[in-house]
Design a protein around this ligand. Structure first.
Ligand code: GUN
Length: 295
C-alpha cells in the first residue's frame, strides 16, 4: 500500500478562504482584525516566516503592524514595544518571533503579552486554560495538526496517538489537545521523548504518529505498523549539493519508506508547515471577534 499524501497547502487554502469571508463580514461592522509582529535580529528562517505572515495577513484583509528590532535591542526596548501593542486597540494579536537573542529572557517577554492578545497561545495563562479545558488561544502548529486530522476525516476518538517530542510549541500542547474529551480529540496519547526507552516499541503500536523531534529519520519504516496515519511536524535542513541553495528541507520521518506502509502521511514541505500561519490568522480573527463581543 502506498499512502495518500495529505495536501497541507490545500487544507490551508480552504481555511484561509473561510477566514477571508469572516474578515469581510467583520469589515462591514467596522471591525478590522490587527496583528502586531515583532522580529528581533536577522535570523534568515525567522525573517522568511515573518514575511510570509505579513503577506498572509494582507491576503485575507488583516491589518498587520510589522516591527523589526536590531539583534542588539535590549529587553527593555522589546518590553516597551509589547506594552505599546497591549494598549493599542487596533491590535488584536501580538506575535514575538522566537527564538529571541540569548541576552533576552524569552519567558519574561511571553509573560508581558496581554493574554487576550496572545495569538501564539504561549502565555502561561493560555497554556493553563488549555490544560483545564477552558476557552483559550491554541498554539498554532498543534492546532494545525488537529485541523489536518479533522479535515482528513481521521478518527481520533479512541485512537492511540504517539507523539514524539515534548517541546512547549508542539509536542506537549498537541498531546494535551488530542487527549481532551471533545470532537476531533478523545484519543489515548503516549508522549515519547529523548528519555523514552525503545521508541520503536511505542511507535509500532500507534494508529497515529505525530513526529516532532527535530531530527531527520527519527521515524523509519520498521517503526510503524501498516495503515498508520503519520503527521510530520519536522522541518530540518540537510545538505544537498544538487540544490542551488546547498540544502533541502526534510521532516522527522523517512518519508519515502514510511509512505509505503502508511494510510495517510504529510509531506515536508507542504504538509503541516502552511497550517501554522493559517491558524495564527484564525486566532487573530477570533481575538478581534472576542474583543467586540462576537461569538
Ligand atoms: N518560531 C517558530 N515557530 C514559531 C511560532 O509558531 N510562533 C513564534 N512566535 N515564533 C516561532
Amino acid at each position: 500500500m502506498s499512502a495518500k499524501i495529505i495536501d497541507g497547502k490545500q487544507i490551508s487554502a480552504d481555511i484561509r478562504e473561510e477566514l477571508k469571508a469572516e474578515v469581510a463580514a467583520l469589515k462591514e461592522k467596522g471591525i478590522v482584525p490587527g496583528l502586531g509582529v515583532i522580529l528581533v535580529g536577522e535570523d534568515p528562517a525567522s525573517r522568511s516566516y515573518v514575511s510570509a505572515k505579513e503577506k498572509a495577513c494582507e491576503n485575507i484583509g488583516i491589518y498587520s503592524d510589522d516591527n523589526r528590532l536590531p539583534a542588539e535591542a535590549s529587553q527593555e526596548e522589546l518590553l516597551a514595544l509589547v506594552a505599546k501593542m497591549n494598549a493599542d486597540p487596533k491590535i488584536n494579536g501580538i506575535l514575538v518571533q522566537l527564538p529571541l537573542p540569548k541576552h533576552i529572557d524569552e519567558a519574561a517577554v511571553l509573560l508581558a503579552i496581554d493574554p487576550d492578545k496572545d495569538v501564539d497561545g504561549f502565555h502561561p495563562m493560555n497554556v493553563g486554560k488549555m490544560m483545564v479545558g477552558e476557552e483559550a488561544f491554541l498554539p498554532c502548529t498543534p492546532h494545525g495538526v488537529v485541523q489536518i486530522l479533522l479535515r482528513e476525516g481521521v478518527e481520533t476518538a479512541g485512537a492511540h496517538v504517539v507523539v514524539v517530542g515534548r517541546s512547549n510549541i508542539v509536542g506537549k500542547p498537541v498531546a494535551n489537545m488530542l487527549s481532551r474529551k471533545k470532537a476531533g480529540a478523545n484519543a489515548t496519547v503516549t508522549l515519547c521523548h529523548t528519555g523514552t526507552k525503545d521508541l520503536a516499541h511505542h511507535t509500532r503500536q500507534a494508529d497515529i504518529i505525530i513526529a516532532a523531534s527535530g531530527w531527520p529519520n527519527t521515524i523509519t519504516a520498521d517503526m510503524v505498523k501498516d495503515g498508520v496515519v503519520v503527521i510530520d511536524v519536522g522541518v530540518n535542513r540537510v545538505e544537498d549539493a544538487s540544490r542551488e541553495r546547498g540544502y533541502r528541507l526534510v521532516g522527522d520521518v523517512d518519508f519515502d519508506a514510511v509512505k509505503e506502509k502508511a494510510a495517510l502521511i504529510t509531506p515536508v514541505p507542504g504538509g503541516v508547515g502552511p497550517m501554522t500561519i493559517t491558524m495564527l490568522l484564525f486566532n487573530t480573527v477570533d481575538s478581534a471577534k472576542r474583543a467586540n463581543g462576537i461569538d
